[in-house]
Design a protein around this ligand. Structure first.
Ligand code: PMP
Length: 428
């Protein structure tokens, strides 16, 4: 596709200035200049319905966060080596919402740092090295965390201390999810053992956002966790994607599966776009780390970060956004499922709350993933003013994950554009 001259100039400048790992969305890249609630606005003043950005969990530029951060930046923004009751207040609320026995909070700036530290804690605590993750997981960008993020590998295989478990058989409705995950975990433990590694941790994003979104049935992870524990490992729940109410039924994704992790990591939505992330781990694990190594994060838990996090926490409750995620998400998912009859290329619709995955398959086989159709659909929706992305190993699962203030009218607007675009793409 030919780019508009103004877009072409920006793309050229970008290639000349930014490293080649930075990636652009859409065949016609967007220059977004403003956001408000579920809406993004480009430099031409065109409005887009944002069904993709989960960081802005309250909606773009939510006034509660803007106000809290602006006020804090004008007063003080400093690191965590002074007493500050605001951070204790935040930590008390967060800890009370989690089933981590004798938990304590460590603040970081990114989910990657939180997962990196979580791996360090799990390995030190268990004295083991092996880690089990899902086959297309993404857990962040440090060197260690990239090794447990198979979706980042362009070439090569995981290192020998990493073993993956596949979720894809869950696409078949006849698969018993609990049994499959149990079997896979057993196989993964044996594979690690054969290579000389005991298992330190099962590291899981319980909505499986980059594997293609696997939510049901709740509880399907339990036997896998039991096996890992019996082998001496711990559970690290990566809540960067499912956390803060997105999955609707609970504040935390792992609660849907009735799990009690030893370590929970947080990120993205925690500050509605302001960099704040962290982990909660059992106190003895953190005490062991503190005996052996220091951990200090200059910007992690800064005064402004805590102001953002507290504003997010209060607003989630005040605006009942978890409940909205459950209600709007159920409606949205049901509407998408209804479309499977009209368009058999929609082979499955999965999800929980406002995290929905829609599998697209080739029209001839109706089972083989169709990344081309998925890409064309995403780009056509962008032309209609609707933003979404793709997930899954084949890139053939639409990833629908809007801010949690997304309501039924927004879902209807999405669906009407979706219908138009599907009709056009599948015509003839
Ligand atoms: N875990 C999961 C499940 C994620 O999706 C991401 C980011 N996409 C991360 C961790 C890493 O977070 P960050 O980009 O803040 O380092």
């Amino acid at each position: 596709d030919r780019l508009e001259p103004a877009t072409a100039r920006l793309v050229e400048k970008r290639l000349a200035t930014l490293g080649p790992t930075t990636m652009l969305f859409y065949r016609q890249p967007l220059e977004i200049v403003r956001g408000e609630g579920v809406w993004l606005f480009d430099s031409q003043g065109r409005r887009y319905l944002d069904a993709y950005n989960n960081v802005q969990v309250l909606g773009h530029c939510h006034p509660a966060v803007v106000e809290a951060v602006s006020r804090q930046l004008g007063q003080l923004n400093i690191h965590t080596r002074y007493l500050d009751d605001a951070i204790h207040h935040y930590a008390e609320q967060l800890l009370a919402s989690l089933p981590v026995a004798d938990g304590r909070l460590v603040l970081t700036c990114t989910g990657s740092e939180a997962n990196d530290l979580a791996l360090r804690l799990a390995r030190q605590w268990t004295g083991r090295q092996g880690v089990i993750v899902s086959a297309a997981a993404y857990h962040g960008n440090t060197e260690r965390v990239t090794e447990v993020s198979p979706s980042s590998y362009k070439t090569g295989q995981p290192p020998p201390w990493v073993e993956t478990i596949s979720l894809e058989p869950l696409n078949d409705p006849h698969t018993d999810a609990r049994q499959w995950l149990q079997q896979e975990t057993q196989r993964a433990l044996c594979a690690l053992a054969r290579r000389g590694y005991d298992c330190a941790a099962l590291l899981i994003d319980s909505i499986f956002s980059s594997d293609g979104i696997y939510a049901d049935p709740p509880g399907f992870l339990q036997p896998a966790v039991e096996l890992v524990r019996a082998a001496g490992g711990v559970l690290i729940a990566d809540e960067v994607q499912p956390g803060f109410g997105r999955t609707g039924e609970a504040l935390w994704g792992f609660v849907r599966h009735d799990l009690q992790p030893e370590i929970v990591t947080f990120g993205k939505p925690m500050g509605n776009g302001f960099p704040v992330a962290g982990l909660v781990a059992q106190q003895p694990m953190l005490a062991r780390l503190a005996q052996q190594q220091g951990y200090f994060n200059t910007f992690g838990g800064s005064s402004a970060a805590i102001a953002a996090a507290q504003a997010v926490w209060d607003t989630l409750e005040k605006e009942q956004l978890q409940r909205n995620a459950a209600r709007t998400g159920a409606y949205f998912k049901q509407q998408l499922q209804q479309r499977q009859q009209r368009w058999p290329v929609i082979s499955q619709v999965r999800g929980s709350g406002l995290f929905i995955g829609v599998d697209l398959s080739r029209a001839d086989t109706q089972t083989e993933p169709d990344p081309q159709l998925t890409g064309r659909l995403i780009n056509a929706l962008r032309e209609q003013g609707v933003l979404i992305g793709a997930a899954g190993r084949h890139g053939a699962t639409l990833k629908i994950r809007p801010p949690l203030c997304f309501n039924q009218q927004h879902a209807d607007l999405f669906l009407s554009h979706f219908d138009t675009v599907m009709s056009e793409l599948l015509a003839g």
